[in-house]
Design a protein around this ligand. Structure first.
Ligand SMILES: NC(=O)c1ccc[n+]([C@@H]2O[C@H](COP(=O)([O-])OP(=O)(O)OC[C@H]3O[C@@H](n4cnc5c(N)ncnc54)[C@H](OP(=O)(O)O)[C@@H]3O)[C@@H](O)[C@H]2O)c1
Length: 352
């Protein structure tokens, strides 16, 4: 099951409405096959693992990170694939909250004489599926706020564009791959001219959609995010139109007019509902602390990820966030992740 959960991680953020599932098939204590949900959510993990296996699956065992589906959607139910292939033991970790499948597989499989056991590593799976569980019951997407700071808690380096080392940055790019959209602010784009793509070798084409909050359409047309908007989905939430609209549309930037709140900022709650309605359920928030704090104060952040450099910036540092981080950690415990970043450190905090 642990291996199944590892495989589930592979396409997290890339399976549209479907959960990202991992699956392992064994027979006589040998590993026969593994599979995970394909890009865009189909074929399902079970289907892939069954297809990848070469010999007969009669009397084999299948381990799935989530309850197998039992309804006819765009593909036939995985429960049928299991019975058709004469697999005789099914282990899954947690039940699928999707009402079309919830709790249904157990009876169907048992009626065919198949042994069913669920709950294995359910604590781990419940954490892994937090965004999927939220997607099924909330109108809001799951939001992870990612921030990089120097050892003395500055988020801007006046001398260099980077704060953390290349290993932290690589990890941050991998995080992008595991989300279906990035949200950032006009100010961060104007100052950094960032591309916000996933630049991990082999995963470039899996870059998430970029959603930029730019109330007055201040971002220059020559910015990197607009240069490749024909290749990577780019959406701008704005409130006040100007003559850039026509050019942006030509560049294939999608523009969505959003209401403002009492502070005259883009209304964050309404914006997130819109993001979910557009089909995104895993948001990576990559902005400075002005907008980040608004998300936090409105209780809109699910997870906080903090990369901490091993270096101080001293007088080369700008925008100190130690107060903000303290506010977060006052609410919830922050823990160090077991990942080797060669000097830098990654901390995580579950806010919901
Ligand atoms: N180290 C890091 O991890 C990291 C990450 C990102 C950015 N940065 C750095 O952070 C600096 C910018 O940080 P910042 O804190 O000054 O700005 P910020 O938080 O990135 O952006 C502030 C802007 O966000 C927009 N916004 C939209 N809705 C908002 C809301 N409800 N509440 C607040 N703002 C809202 C506003 O611009 P509009 O009025 O145009 O909508 C506002 O001016 C940049 O220099 C960038 O390099 C560092």
């Amino acid at each position: 099951m642990s291996l199944a959960l590892m495989h589930a991680q592979k396409n997290l953020g890339n399976t549209k409405d479907n959960p990202s599932v991992g699956c392992v098939i064994t027979k006589k204590n040998n590993l026969i096959s593994v599979g995970n949900t394909s890009f865009n959510g189909r074929p399902h993990a079970e289907d892939n693992a069954i297809k990848f296996s070469t010999g007969s699956l009669r009397n084999s065992e299948i381990y799935i990170s989530l309850e197998p589906c039992s309804h006819y959607g765009k593909t036939p139910p995985c429960v049928n694939l299991i019975t058709k292939n004469k697999i005789n033991k099914v282990f899954f970790s947690i039940k699928d909250p999707d009402s079309r499948s919830y709790n249904k597989s157990i009876k169907l499989l048992k009626n065919k004489g198949i042994y069913v056991n669920y709950g294995l590593l359910n604590k781990k799976a419940n954490i892994f599926y937090r965004s999927y569980l939220k997607a099924k019951k909330s109108k809001m997407p799951f939001v992870t706020y990612k921030l990089a700071v120097s050892k003395d808690y500055y988020i801007v380096n006046k001398k260099d564009k980077y704060i953390t080392n290349q290993y932290s940055r690589g990890r941050a790019h991998l995080m992008r791959h595991n989300h279906d959209c990035i949200i950032t602010s006009s100010k961060s784009i104007i100052t950094d001219n960032s591309k916000l793509t996933c630049r991990v070798h082999g995963l470039e084409h899996r870059s998430p959609t970029r959603i930029i909050f730019d109330k007055k359409l201040r971002i220059p047309i020559s910015s990197n995010v607009y240069k490749d908007a024909n290749k990577f989905n780019t959406i701008v939430f704005y409130n006040k139109a100007n003559n850039k609209i026509k050019i942006l549309k030509k560049l294939k930037v999608k523009l969505i007019k959003m209401p403002i709140d009492y502070k005259k900022n883009i209304d964050l709650e309404k914006a997130l509902i819109k993001v979910k309605n557009l089909g995104y359920s895993r948001v990576l928030l990559e902005c400075g602390v002005d907008m980040g704090e608004s998300f936090f104060n409105n209780n809109l952040i699910d997870d906080f990820k903090l990369f901490v450099s091993k270096k101080n910036l001293g007088k080369n540092g700008k925008n100190n966030v130690s107060k903000f981080v303290k506010n977060i950690t006052k609410r919830r415990k922050i823990y160090k992740e077991k990942v080797n970043l060669l000097g830098d450190e990654l901390f995580s905090c579950r806010l919901k």
